[in-house]
Ligand binder design. Structure first.
Ligand SMILES: C[S@@+](CC[C@H](N)C(=O)[O-])C[C@H]1O[C@@H](n2cnc3c(N)ncnc32)[C@H](O)[C@@H]1O
Length: 314
């Protein structure tokens, strides 16, 4: 019996609605829509995890639209030297699309790359544009989808020069690739020895608190050892509208309105963290002369079932 291609995915256009402002006491702030293609599937194969939009990427997108710190960086940049922005592990790239759409009036001051280690998200096996490329097509003047497997030196070199702002949602969840991820962040935010950027290079990270937080802490500790600041957990009040008359009590999230589809199921907490590169003395491992790829964390060299990585071994 022929079952056809069981893994073939049909993508649909989905609309995401964001608040234009988080300023209290706007109980019904004006909204803003972004439409992108994604998989309507409720479950995905481990290697196609990026085909669906995960709730924390909706929250990260809302944060990027509301956060005064990002707006200031965009407004301070010049058309001759646009703000260099990179998304890692983008999947279908909702946060990137949201930034490009929201800041359309600043398109000559933004140069954005959205990346994923899954090549098919960039270009399909048939040579057609993959889903991430398709979602960015209309912003082609200042945006592009690129392949970027964490720890793969050639991908990192191809993605340079370095970035001012990097963001990622729901990527710190596999111990076997947390070290390559941290090394990649370092290599792509490092401005070069002796450089003095106007503002510190920064990463905004969307995390789902799925466990005791040990993996997140390991990721933050690795970044600290490379010269990054302590991670700052960004308070909801910095980017979400308040629910009028609701104090939240022990459940802090209850006092804020989340964008639709931006809250995790099962009561899991989603948080955004800000981490700045503050010390440029250490040369990123992936940029050292003669270095080989670092696709797996130390002690995890035998791990086989991982998104993206195993394909690169074949
Ligand atoms: C859970 S999904 C999150 C997708 C999207 N950021 C979101 O939140 O909706 C994790 C993403 O990371 C990508 N990824 C996983 N391992 C990777 C690696 N080693 N290098 C680059 N990308 C990787 C996957 O292909 C997938 O798109």
């Amino acid at each position: 019996m022929d079952f056809g291609n069981l893994f073939q995915t049909t993508y649909t256009t989905e609309k995401f609605t964001f608040f234009k402002s988080s300023m209290p006491p706007a109980s019904t702030p004006p909204t803003f829509d972004v439409e992108i293609l994604s998989s309507p599937s409720a479950a995905t194969d481990f290697d196609k995890t990026g085909e669906v939009v995960w709730p924390v990427s909706v929250l990260l997108a809302q944060f990027l639209l509301s956060y005064a710190g990002l707006r200031a960086r965009i407004e301070d940049s010049e058309p001759t030297s646009p703000l260099r922005i990179l998304e890692l592990g983008s999947g279908v790239g909702l946060p990137s699309a949201a930034v490009l759409e929201y800041y359309a009036g600043f398109k000559n001051r933004i140069s954005l790359r959205a990346s994923d280690g899954h090549e098919a998200f960039i270009t399909t096996g048939e040579g057609e544009a993959g889903i991430l490329s398709r979602n960015l097509e209309k912003y082609e003047q200042n945006a592009k989808a690129i392949p970027l497997l964490w720890g793969k030196t050639q991908d990192v070199l191809n993605a340079l020069p370095s970035y001012d702002v990097l963001f990622a949602a729901d990527v710190v969840q596999w111990p076997a690739v947390v070290e390559p991820l941290a090394m990649t962040v370092h290599a792509l935010l490092h401005p070069g020895k002796g450089a003095e950027p106007k503002k510190r290079p920064v990463m905004y990270l969307g995390i789902v608190e799925r466990d005791d937080g040990a993996l997140k802490q390991k990721f933050f500790a690795l970044l600290c050892s490379y010269g990054f600041s302590e991670a700052r957990q960004i308070k909801y009040e910095e980017y979400l509208p308040r629910v009028e008359g609701e104090e939240g009590g022990s459940d802090e999230a209850a006092a804020f309105t989340f964008p639709a589809k931006g809250a995790e199921f099962g009561g899991r907490i989603c948080m955004i963290y800000e981490i700045e590169l503050i010390d440029f003395d250490m040369v990123p491992v992936l940029l050292e002369a003669g270095v080989t790829d670092k696709l797996l964390s130390s002690g995890h060299e035998q791990t086989m079932t991982l998104p993206c990585v195993n394909a690169s071994f074949s």
